[in-house]
Design a protein around this ligand. Structure first.
Ligand SMILES: [Zn+2]
Length: 96
């Protein structure tokens, strides 16, 4: 399967289809982080993302597939993608 480029992903996230699907998923999940829920915690609020369980980049066919989508809080979402680690590495590289 062909991977999506960063540009293609950005334009996907701006699309009307994604915005509508995102709303549907948030409602389905009662605006609660599903990852926290599995740990017995309730996390709601405005900082919720809809996460692709199988990455959009690798599985563009599942981009709007509800069974591949899950509500996550920003903390859990960042954890999954190791965003902080990546940032740290980058910083170290620059320092070097
Ligand atoms: Zn969470």
């Amino acid at each position: 399967m062909t991977k999506l480029s960063q540009e293609e992903r950005l334009s996907f996230y701006k699309s009307k289809a994604w915005r509508q699907t995102r709303e549907v998923i948030l409602k389905r999940d009662n605006y609660e982080c599903q990852e926290c829920k599995r740990k017995g915690k309730v996390t709601t609020g405005e900082r919720l993302d809809v996460d692709h369980l199988l990455e959009l980049e690798d599985y563009p066919d599942l981009a709007l597939e509800p069974s591949n989508l899950e509500t996550k809080c920003v903390m859990c979402h960042n954890k999954k993608h190791n965003r902080f680690v990546k940032k740290e590495n980058k910083w170290n590289d620059e320092k070097w």
